[in-house]
Design a protein around this ligand. Structure first.
Ligand code: SF4
Ligand code: SF4
Ligand code: SF4
Ligand code: FES
Length: 605
């Protein structure tokens, strides 16, 4: 489509036809204040902070720049006295209904509403409306504070349009409007998957992760506890942003150093257990594949199980299809199980004296660590989960100068990992890591892709697929000769829903599927630093940083991790009795599915 020409603040501007006034202004470096608008995610016109004067063709009312389309020949003024007064009045109205406890708010100094007040020059709060104080809604993962909600509806958009979960909605009307799960249910009793995508986009402190900072500090101060920490792959490409570094910074060395300064007894790495996951999950896939080749009834496609948001999603929405899930616990839960059994024995400690803290890019992992299935002998595998954001806060509050830290290594032996583990942090990474191992087991050769990257599944398109032909296989795999293994990868629930509907209809062409709950995978998980600007740009930069970290590693295939090979010498082999006791799990049918109507009823069992 052709460009249009318009004049904003006397400046001749061009923009693609179909742009809004705000988009046209952004493209021409003219800043219009905004609050509810979020590029690529939410365009709703809720707050009217972005109002401008439309001089030509003349419009009597001020226009909301984020929703009104820019037209050829338009003349716009963004900074008249009328506009400034209107914005201020709008802000003051929002403020009158807001719980202004900034000093103790999780978003203090990182709050879009606070920053906007300063930008608009608001120095007082002239209206003090009658405010109804509403209770906090605290779930294992997410805390909702309706008193801080400014009704921007970004969370509603992300939950409905991007994640297709439609948990959050506007309840009641007028002054009594509250954004909450339907029927004002507590979020923990709804069909929320705890992906935290709503938390990432909330501009204020109305949605946040439920904090585990206090429980971690308590454990660190308890001389009776041996406290082990493990950060997930995606944390190393997120933590730098908490300290002002640009998106795409990879801070593995300083991350290890910071965790050591915080006082953890052992600083290991979830990446070690990402490699472990590949051996367990790869073995499980090969067992199912072999069974199908010999006419057995093993269930394919097998689907990955690393993402607890995805697990909640399938349990709620496709409870009749759980047998497609791999039985592998997620990597950090496997890690916790190994720490409290194998490693505890090695250092002469009881499982109950070990305390495992996971640093995760994820809010769903907080709920996951409370699942009763993820414990052994009554001891939870993981005791606390801190998001990347919480870790950033804790490093600051402990007075550690992150940027001044030297680059250090993780501790041995459970800190050593391969490049295959790094790419767990990005959509497509678990599948690629699994294929690097599985293909080699079956054929005795490396994957036939340049630089080991399965290029058709690298990227951010919603569903990516590839076919891998098995040729010249090892003698023990001769039944697989010539077989074309079809794989698919998706992230976010919209793609997952499409793939699951295919499976339910018996029309899935795939044998192995990777699903991550958050769009892009863990790099833009619900616990990562909130992107500054367009989330899609941040996602791409973090993706590139993850692949670069993989390529820097001297060993890039999980089955070549020497620390893992040592571990299996004592543990047994992948899929052995001990593995099934400690590293595998089962799932819970949460929703109710009616086959006659193809409808889901997300009622908790
Ligand atoms: S949400 Fe923002 S403005 Fe509101 S109390 Fe928290 S920091 Fe202050
Ligand atoms: S956590 Fe995810 S599923 Fe739950 S309300 Fe937020 S966006 Fe929706
Ligand atoms: S909870 Fe946050 S994102 Fe949702 S409407 Fe309220 S302020 Fe906006
Ligand atoms: S930013 Fe345009 S109406 Fe909120």
């Amino acid at each position: 489509m052709a460009d249009i020409k318009l004049t904003i603040n006397g400046k001749a501007c061009t923009a693609p036809a179909g742009s809004t006034i705000l988009e046209a202004a952004d493209l021409n470096n003219i800043h219009i204040p905004r609050l509810c608008y979020l590029k690529g995610i939410h365009k709703y016109g809720a707050c009217r902070i972005c109002v401008v004067e439309q001089v030509s063709p003349p419009a009597r009312n001020l226009q909301a720049a984020c929703v009104v389309e820019a037209r050829d020949g338009m003349v716009i003024e963004t900074n008249t006295a009328r506009v400034r007064e209107a914005r201020k009045a709008m802000y003051e109205l929002l403020l009158s209904n807001h719980d202004k406890k900034c000093l103790t708010c999780s978003r203090n100094q990182d709050c879009e509403f606070q920053a906007l007040g300063r930008e608009l020059g608001v120095e007082d709060s002239p209206y003090e409306g009658e405010r109804e104080i509403l209770p906090l809604d605290v779930s294992e993962s997410i805390t909702r504070d309706p008193n801080k909600c400014i009704l921007c509806r970004r969370c509603v958009s992300v939950c409905r349009n991007i994640q297709t979960t439609s948990v959050l909605t506007a309840e009641n009307r007028g002054f009594h409007t509250v954004i909450s799960p339907g029927f004002n249910l507590p979020i923990g009793s709804s069909s929320c998957t705890f992906c935290g995508q709503c938390v990432v986009v909330c501009p204020v402190g109305a949605l946040r992760e439920t904090s585990h900072k206090e429980r971690v500090l308590k454990a660190l101060g308890d001389p009776g506890k041996y406290v082990v920490v493990q950060p997930a792959p995606a944390v190393r490409v997120g933590i730098g942003e908490c300290f002002g570094l640009p998106a795409g910074s990879c801070e593995t060395g300083r991350l290890a150093a910071a965790l050591r300064r915080m006082g953890f007894d052992a600083v290991f790495d979830t990446n070690w257990s990402a490699d472990l996951t590949i051996l367990e999950e790869g073995t499980e896939f090969l067992q199912r594949f072999k069974d199908v080749l010999s006419g057995g009834k093993a269930v394919l496609p097998m689907m990955t199980s690393c993402s607890p948001g995805w697990i909640q999603f399938i349990e709620h929405n496709f409870p009749d299809q759980l047998e497609h899930l791999s039985t592998c616990k997620s990597p950090h839960e496997m890690f916790g199980a190994v720490i409290k059994s194998y490693y505890a024995k090695k250092i002469g400690k009881k499982p109950e004296d070990m305390y495992v803290v996971s640093i995760m890019p994820c809010t769903a992992k907080k709920t996951e660590c409370a699942r009763p299935e993820l414990s052994n002998d009554g001891v939870p595998n993981v005791d606390a989960v801190l998001t990347t954001r919480e870790l950033g806060d804790m490093i600051k509050s402990m007075g550690i100068d992150f940027m001044d830290l030297p680059e250090e290594q993780f501790d041995s032996p459970l800190g050593l990992s391969t490049g295959a583990a790094d790419i767990f942090g990005v959509t497509g990474g678990v599948m690629e890591a699994a294929l690097r191992t599985v293909y080699e087991i079956v054929t005795g050769r490396e994957l036939p892709f340049p630089n080991l990257h399965v290029s058709p599944i690298v990227g951010l398109e919603q569903i990516r697929e590839a076919t891998i032909k098995l040729e010249n296989v090892k003698p023990e795999w001769k039944a697989a000769e010539g077989f074309e293994v079809r794989i698919a990868v998706t992230s976010g629930y919209e793609g997952a829903r499409k793939l699951m509907k295919q499976i339910r209809a018996g029309e899935s062409p795939y044998h192995f599927i990777e699903v991550m709950g958050c769009p892009g995978g863990c790099i833009t998980g619900g616990g990562q630093p909130r992107p500054r600007g367009d989330i899609r740009v941040t996602r791409q930069k973090r993706l590139e940083a993850i692949y670069a970290e993989d390529e820097r590693k001297p060993i890039r295939k999980s089955h070549e991790n020497p620390a893992l090979l040592e571990f299996y010498k004592e543990w047994g082999e992948p899929g052995c009795h001990l593995s099934h006791e400690y590293l595998h799990t089962h799932y819970v049918k949460r929703g109710r599915y009616n086959e006659l109507t193809d409808e889901n009823f997300t009622i908790k069992d």
